[in-house]
Design a protein around this ligand. Structure first.
Ligand code: PMP
Length: 404
């Protein structure tokens, strides 16, 4: 690996902020009590967890008993989808209906799809419009008499587009207040207002490692009065909803990270947004046949997702990595076969139009110098790949057609 490294994959994860780490440190080897223990050591840990609960509740404008700590957004989202359905079946027999979007993170999408396969729910997956934004009318029109849950992500993790959560929340509250409304706010917490009252959500999920906190810890906000069933058996931690020994150090880090956003959001947003627009303009101007995926306006301040025609995304990614530039692609590479991104397909793109996509996500410490250097290397790499990839890609798509 070359010495110079430029990290442009902040939507995948962020570094734990030094101040956050400092606050976490005592809870590994010194104050290591189990927060459920009644002795002093346990109570010391429990107090740290409760302090973090206050910090998190403040950020979301929630009550303390509405905040459940989990292992991250994957767990929170699974608890939402499965917990809501399980609670419903305790009272009702008729098959319920769930509305979600076609470009949710797989932890929502597959949870719904699996329940559908098991014949436990009916589901509608709403496609976004071409610009990567879900239409409020499409959600409204999909509501049926047996709809019990609507789950729409706040910011899409791949293309960074921002969804009209507050508008959807208003419509539900006005017309169908019994329908439960959930948002996966994992990619939004750093940049957008997550006041649950203003959003009109009943449930909200997030992960700490996207906001300069540690990995393996997250939150589920559950509106007071809403009953969802636990999906994991064990102890009675987290109001009986999430069994398992409490991750004290992680939760302390989460609380610290979330309270830092509140202080820094305005300045960080401005700076990152400026740099994002600079990066978009530079790429589109300097690299021919490049296109931005998703709306330029309704977009997270840190997300750039560009498509380079006649380029294979994974090859580009590996070339960039060998030069110390760490980014991400829209396609998932599993067991040696490339499958087009479900997010890009949901925008109406053809499989061959999705493959040259590159996601660059900026962070609070990304500099203009880094962006300039990254564009220089991307441009050079795209040119190189285009020279060699024409025939390879042709063969690949021919093969795909045979398989289809
Ligand atoms: N939802 C979204 C929108 C995400 O971006 C991610 C992480 N990529 C998750 C859920 C899952 O988060 P985790 O892996 O921390 O559980």
């Amino acid at each position: 690996m070359t010495k110079k490294t430029i990290y442009l994959d902040h939507a995948a994860t962020t570094a734990v902020d030094k101040k956050v780490l400092q606050e976490m440190m005592p809870y590994f080897s010194d104050k290591y009590g189990n927060a459920s223990s009644l002795h002093y050591f346990g109570q010391e840990a429990s107090q740290a967890v409760e302090k973090a609960r206050i910090q998190v509740a403040k950020y979301f404008n929630a009550n303390l008993n509405e905040i459940i700590f989990t292992s991250g957004a994957t767990e929170s989202n699974n608890l939402v989808i499965k917990g809501v359905v399980k609670a419903y079946y305790k009272k009702e027999k008729k098959k319920p209906h769930i509305i979600t979007t076609a470009f949710e993170h797989h932890c929502v999408l597959n949870a719904v799809k699996n329940l559908e396969k098991e014949n436990l729910v009916e589901a509608t997956f709403i496609n976004p419009k071409k610009d990567g934004v879900i239409s409020v009318a499409d959600i409204k029109n999909a509501i049926k008499s047996n709809t019990i849950l609507i789950s729409v992500m706040y910011v899409n993790n791949e293309i960074g587009t921002v969804q009209p959560i507050a508008e959807i929340g208003k419509i539900i509250q006005k017309n169908n207040p019994k329908i439960i409304f959930h948002t996966d706010a994992t990619q939004a917490v750093n940049y957008f207002d997550c006041n649950v009252e203003k959003l009109g959500v009943d449930l909200l999920s997030m992960s700490a490692h996207k906001i300069y906190g540690p990995k393996g810890v997250g939150v589920l906000y559950i509106k007071k009065g809403l009953i969802i069933a636990k999906i994991q058996d064990g102890g009675a931690q987290e109001f009986g909803l999430r069994a398992g020994t409490i991750n004290t150090s992680g939760i302390v880090g989460l609380g610290s990270a979330i309270s830092m956003i509140k202080d820094q959001r305005t300045t960080n947003n401005e700076k990152i947004k400026k740099l994002r627009d600079y990066l978009i303009a530079k790429v589109l101007k300097e690299i021919p046949d490049s296109r931005l995926n998703g709306s330029k306006i309704k977009r997270s301040p840190n997300n750039v997702n560009v498509n380079f025609s006649r380029v294979e995304g994974e090859s580009l990614l590996m070339m960039l990595s060998s030069e110390g530039i760490f980014a991400s692609t829209g396609s998932a590479c599993s067991s040696g076969s490339l499958s087009p991104s479900h997010v890009l397909l949901s925008l109406g793109l053809k499989p061959e139009e999705t493959h040259g996509s590159l996601r660059l996500t900026l962070g609070k410490n990304t500099t203009k110098k880094e962006v300039d250097y990254a564009v220089k290397v991307i441009k050079r790499s795209v040119e190189k790949l285009r020279k060699v990839s024409g025939s390879v890609l042709k063969d690949y798509y021919k093969n795909m057609k045979h398989k289809a």
